[in-house]
Every structure is written in C-alpha cells, then in structure tokens.
Design a protein around this ligand. Sequence first.
Ligand code: SF4
Length: 441
Amino acid sequence: MATKSIPKVGFISLGCPKATVDSERILTRLRADGYEIAADYAGADLVVVNTCGFIDAAIEESLDAISEALDEHGRVVVTGCLGARGDMIREAHPDVLAVTGPHAEDAVLEAVHAHLPAPDYNPFVDLMPPQGIKLTPDHFAYIKISEGCNHRCSFCIIPSLRGDLVSRPIGSVLDEAHRLVEAGVRELLVISQDTSAYGVDLRYQADFWNGKRLTTDIESLARSLGELQAWIRLHYVYPYPQVDRLIPLMADELILPYLDMPLQHGNPSVLKAMRRPAATEKVLDRLAEWRRICPELALRSTFIVGFPGETDADFEQLLAFLSEAQLDRVGCFSYSAVAGAAANALADPVPEALKEERRQRFMALQAEISRDKLAQRVGSREIVLVDEVHEEQVIARSYADAPEIDGTVIIDGAWELEPGNFIEVEFMASGEHDLFAAPVT
Ligand code: SF4
C-alpha cells in the first residue's frame, strides 16, 4: 500500500500571551484535522503567521515575519491582530494566500484547508493530548477567559482589532483548567484584556461545572480555580471594587497573592486623557487596604510616560505615586503613537528626548523600590516552582514572579530536581530583579 504523505503546516507565533493561546488553539485544531506541525520552513507545505498589531514596533515585526516566510517558503496564511488590517498586509505583501483576523480560528482553518487539503483522517485514532498543543513549558499554561474589551483607552486599538468583551462560560474555562492540571500543569496564568470584567457581558449568568452551579464572574472563577492543585496567577486585573473580593482568597492561599494591574499613570488628568478607568487616589487607598488584608500581596504594573500633554508637574506626580504605591515589579514604556489610536489627535506631544529622560528617571526610582522590596525577603523561606534545571544551577520562581516578565529565584549547585517541582528554599541574597536561594533540606 502506498504511504500517503501527511500535509505539514509551519507556524510562527508572535505577540502577547493572549496571541500565544490563540496559536495553541489553532495548532490543536490543525493536529485534530490530521495535519503535522513542521519544525522549519523546509519541512512545511504551508506556513501560518500569527501576528501582533498592538504597537508600531509589533506591526513592523509582524510584517518582517510575513516577508521572511514569503521569501523562505512562499505559501503563507496570515492571522492574528494585524490580520484585522487586511489592506495593510495585502499592500505590503500581495502574495499571501489568505488573511484572517484575531481569534478567527474557523477562518484560519478554512484558509489552510482551502490551500492545503487535510488528509483523509479519523481524529479518534490520534493520540492528541487532552490538554491540546501548548507552546509554553509543560508545567505552566496560559488560560484565556475572555476576548476583547469594553474600554476605549485612547492609546489602544485592541477593541477595534478584537471587539467588545466576550467572556467564556465558567464551565468551559474550568474544564480546560482541569484538563491542564490533570496533564501536569502546576501553574495557571489567567489572561484576558480585562480579567476583572469577566462575565459582565454575560450578566454573570449561571453555568454548571462538576455538578455545581456557578456564576460567571471573577470571584467565582478564582475560587473554583483555587480548588485545583496548581498555582493560580491573575493577569490584567483593573482596580474595580469586585477585586476587593479576590484579596481574601489570596490571604487564604487559594490563589497566589499576586496581581498584574496595568495602571499606566498616576496623574488624574493624564489618566483622563488616556480614558483609563479608576482614579489615582482610590487606587492608592485600595492598595493600602489590600495589603492590610494580605500583607504579602505582590503587585506588578505597567506605565506609559510622555503621553501627549504630560507636563513636568504631571510626571513628578507620577513619580510621587510610584514612591507611595511601592509596587514590586514595574514595566515602563515611552508613549508611541499607534496608527488608528484616538490619542494620535491629542495636542502637545512630548519630545522624544524628554520622553526618554522621563522613562529613565522613572525606571531608576522603580529599581530602588524593587531592590529594597526584594532585600526585605532575604532570610525568609518560601515555596518556589522550578522552571529550569542546569548542571550547576536551578532557575525557579516565587509566587511574586510571573514567567518571562518578572524576576527569578536562582539556586546555585547541582540538584536532583525537575521543571514543575515545588521546593522550599531560603533566600540568601537579592539583586535588582532576582533572588538567590538555597534549598531547605
Ligand atoms: S483596557 Fe484599555 S488598554 Fe486594555 S485592551 Fe481595553 S482599551 Fe486597550
């Protein structure tokens, strides 16, 4: 009998963790349809590029990736955030086979099927892992609870790319989380554009999981996820009142005492021009109250400096906010215009050199805060999660460190450990980003 060759799809995944989850879903469905995933251009019959279109640098990176795939291979399907701007892609690269938008799995699958027919295939005989295909290491996984966003921040084009908030029913999220933990995942990172708004669009409708009636809201989700044998970490949480109800779950160790809360600025008039929800004073009050309930709460945030109209006084107020907020981890970007964003029409742009100067001053202040906060943990003992095991060193993370964006815990020496192990360590020293530890034996 002649051996039928299996069609192979190459895949390039760009962008944020939300795009990574989209890529995982598309790859899982391609495998279920009988395609193989090729490791390089040479082994592929067709290449899918999942793009990012959040800022100009990401758009450029996406267009470069499409260009490389066309040069190296030639048969290219484009999807993802930048796919929402089909005209731009077709103008730059008229030879792409198809362009589909973000979270358009059906359309990508259709385009692949049209240009590379699926094999005659029975998915039930395949050994597809129950957790699907993951692009992260085996011991942690991103879980996306909603798509889109109801806000209209003036610097952001995500709502025009991904639409308004659409939450997944709680039962479906918990099914996926359960499958991932059963498959060995030890940390679940909850992501969305706006995690605290989860369920608003569904009016918090009831759903069933494991025989239990649950409402589709963030507290109910966090509580149910907390019953799984895994670390639960929440990203993209805005300081709405309902977040107050999550802090006791952290104090009770159901979910990690960690919040990734993009605050973007500390001055009310800049926040207003950004059209951000939540006022500064309330945020500081809220943080103080949360820390009273859960003193170990680790807070991560991102900020933008040099937004149009930001005066010296506004920036000084941002620095004062930063000093008072005492956040554990902070990212800072100089404002850059994104094509299609409302903020492009604002007056008084800040000169590039001044933006950069402000960014450096901001980061220098935060470096001191982060260093002091890490130093306070030296001498204490904590459970950490092992990420990498090398011959002479182990890299782990504490509850306060999300993968890739925060710091690490470095354990020198050769230890019989594996990624995904939880171990108790004592912190021996600290730097600006990382902690240095020894296992408690
Ligand atoms: S909250 Fe603002 S910045 Fe975040 S996705 Fe929505 S519109 Fe964009």
